[in-house]
Design a protein around this ligand. Structure first.
Ligand code: 6PG
Length: 242
């Protein structure tokens, strides 16, 4: 696996480094291609990054950016748990991006239907026919989940679909999530991981044996795609190779 790591002091530094990394990837893509496709993650760490980007809306030609989501909770778009709502409030409402460039997962719909619709959209956009996302942003939960690929859930075994509805028993709910196959269809993948509560899991994920059913993030880390991890000192505390 080609995983590069960058450790920064704290969540604030992580947010600034994350925002810079996104801008760099966008500028590079836009110097070579017509548009830049970005897959957003939910969670608190990305939120701080989106707020920084939203605070300086002129740094990028947002009309050439296409936004996708890596996963969604099964709630309406105005719900406090909606990943779309978080991204809208932190970023999308603050930047001059055309509505049609933002592709949300319909969390309010039947989850299997929402997954099919989103998969159709990705296929229409050329994913699976050689097209790659330019940048996929991911977080990791303290249990090792990424996107809504939770430990011991059916979506982990999915090899053909790009988007699925995934029942997460410990949450008692469905999530709609891109599969590992879809997330790995990317020119670059960046994980943002902050906090002491992630340290043991991150060590097991990166330095332990391969057990992706227990640690779904390993489905991504064990790929051949170039992956970067931006992490803070607290999350890196247990790693021996930093
Ligand atoms: C979600 C996310 C999820 C998230 C991790 C880490 O919808 O919850 O997409 O995979 O990235 O749970 O979240 P934090 O950054 O908040 O720890």
């Amino acid at each position: 696996m080609t995983v590069s790591r960058r450790v920064v002091e704290d969540p604030g530094a992580l947010a600034r480094a994350g925002a810079d990394r996104i801008l760099e990837a966008a500028r590079e893509a836009l110097s070579q291609r017509q548009s830049f496709s970005l897959v957003l993650s939910g969670g608190s760490t990305p939120k701080a990054i989106y707020e920084i980007l939203g605070g300086s809306p002129d740094l990028l030609d947002w009309s050439r950016v296409e936004i996708f989501f890596g996963d969604e909770r099964c709630v309406p778009p105005e719900h406090k748990d909606s990943n779309y709502r978080m991204a809208r409030e932190a970023l999308l409402d603050k930047i001059p991006i055309p509505k049609e460039n933002v592709h949300r997962i319909r969390g309010e719909a039947d989850p299997a239907l929402a997954a099919r619709e989103y998969e159709d959209l990705l296929l229409q956009k050329g994913l699976g026919a050689g097209k790659l996302f330019d940048l996929v942003l991911l977080g990791m939960g303290a249990d090792g989940h990424t996107a809504s690929l939770f430990p011991e859930t059916p979506a982990l075994a999915e090899e053909t679909r790009w988007v699925v509805s995934n029942y997460v028993e410990k949450l008692g709910t469905n999530r709609v999530t891109l599969t590992a196959r879809a997330l790995l269809s990317a020119r670059a993948i960046v994980f943002f991981i902050a906090g002491q509560d992630k340290a043991d899991t991150l060590q097991a994920v990166l330095e332990g044996e391969l057990r992706p059913k227990t640690y779904p993030s390993q489905l991504i880390f064990s790929s051949q795609a170039p992956i970067e991890i931006l992490l803070d000192r607290a999350a890196a505390a247990k790693l021996s190779l930093v």
